[in-house]
Design a protein around this ligand. Structure first.
Ligand code: MLT
Length: 279
């Protein structure tokens, strides 16, 4: 489905019924990364909303840079459009950076927060320089280097041999992202705020999920986040990479569902509706 939010055409799915759960993908990915979670959550009695962030998946590629606030405002605009006052929101990696911004400015719209393979800190100076260089390189010479380096970092070391088709599929998603979106999001992440000292203000049910073989976010960063959030549960995925929700969907789903069942009261009996679009 598509709708226009803040002047940009956004693609999304809105499936199932029950308390709303919004799942926000990471960089440079798309909503398809949540397919195993969407199915499990709908079957468990939740309404699941899966947006493609502006510039990614099937959403329109507006001009960057894309600040985390621009993405967060798009998500709130989509919730308005769908009549969702409050949702549990889970963000993976860059999706988590966006969720932090959204919590700061739209706290009342979040029933529970899921931080998936993400961190609260900003980039250090060397990291900012790397983001600027990556943005320029993508624009000038194309995305191939960025795609190759990300596809090595996104998965646990064993995934390339155990599930080469998964790696190839995700590379295909990355290759489809327009250059200006890749560059725009790199610059937006470069300039994101540091929330490490502000997590204490986010007093709501929170989940922090870490992959023990994550090549992008360290266990220390995720653990620090779980310690600093007032009401966080930490879930570790042994052997999991930065995309452990796709590598080990059953383990990941068990974590997410246990959290949601506690955090979101009022869930109806498990929905009988299969994966279908809202009318
Ligand atoms: C992501 O997975 O969204 C990105 O790797 C985050 C980042 O580059 O910091």
């Amino acid at each position: 489905m598509k709708t226009t939010v803040n002047g940009c055409t956004m693609a999304y799915e809105d499936i199932g019924s029950g308390p709303a759960v919004l799942l926000v993908h990471g960089f440079p990915l798309c909503r398809r990364m949540w397919r195993h979670q969407a199915k499990a959550l709908v079957e468990a009695g939740y309404r699941v909303v899966l947006p493609d962030l502006r510039g990614f998946g099937e959403s329109e590629a507006s001009a960057g840079p894309f600040s985390m606030s621009v993405f967060a405002d798009d998500l709130v605009g989509l919730m308005d459009r769908l009549g969702i006052e409050k949702a549990a929101i889970a963000g993976m990696s860059m999706g988590g950076y966006i969720l932090l911004d959204l919590l700061e400015r739209h706290f009342s719209r979040v029933a529970a927060a899921g931080f998936v393979f993400t961190r609260a800190g900003a980039d250090d100076e060397a990291g900012k320089v790397r983001r600027t260089q990556a943005a320029h390189a993508v624009q000038e010479t194309g995305p191939q280097d960025l795609i190759e380096s990300f596809s090595r970092l996104l998965f646990a070391p064993q995934t390339a041999t155990r599930a080469p088709e998964l790696v190839a599929e995700v590379k295909g998603w990355m290759a489809a992202v327009p250059r200006r979106s890749l560059a725009g999001a790199q610059l937006g992440m470069r300039d994101r705020k540091d929330y490490s000292e502000r997590l204490g203000a986010f007093d709501l049910p929170a989940l922090v999920v870490l992959g023990e073989r994550d090549g992008i976010v360290s266990a220390q960063e995720a653990e620090a986040m779980a310690r600093a959030l007032p009401r966080a549960t930490l879930c570790r995925i042994a052997g999991g990479g930065h995309m452990a929700n796709l590598e080990q969907p059953e383990t990941f789903n068990a974590c997410l569902l246990a959290f949601l069942h506690k955090a979101l009261p009022g869930r109806p009996e498990a929905s009988q509706r299969p994966l279908q679009q809202r009318d």
